[in-house]
Design a protein around this ligand. Sequence first.
Ligand code: HEC
Length: 106
Amino acid sequence: MQGRSIAPLLLAALFALPAWAVEGNAEAAKQKISMCVGCHGIPGYRTTFPEVYHVPKLGGQHAAYIVKALEAYKSGERSHPTMRGIASTLSEQDMADLAAYYGSAK
Ligand code: HEC
């Protein structure tokens, strides 16, 4: 009897999993993009200093790609020094929010 009652619990735990994953909130990102716009520009506009160095456009990029890129800077897998410095200050929630914001901006 006791052995059987565990199965539904395990199932319920499995289905609850997605709720634990970090979900991006584009609204919350509006407090966080101030440290990005200087280089990445206003979403949908040209980058601020295209003639100094190439800054990739983030608006309209896939959210999953943005999170991956930020994680890669944070881990050192991507080596650009400025982006590494910035990404190292971002939490998983920050990354998800920023990705949701830029992912939805055209
Ligand atoms: C000092 C300028 C600067 C600031 C500030 C800055 N970035 Fe960047 N970012 C860059 C540059 C330059 C690159 C390209 C680096 C490279 O070649 O790896 C880049 C690359 C990226 C990429 C990878 C894009 C791609 O197409 O692969 C992402 C994502 C990104 N930045 C997000 C952000 C976010 C989010 C913020 C704010 C929290 C931010 N950046 C702030 C200069 C900046």
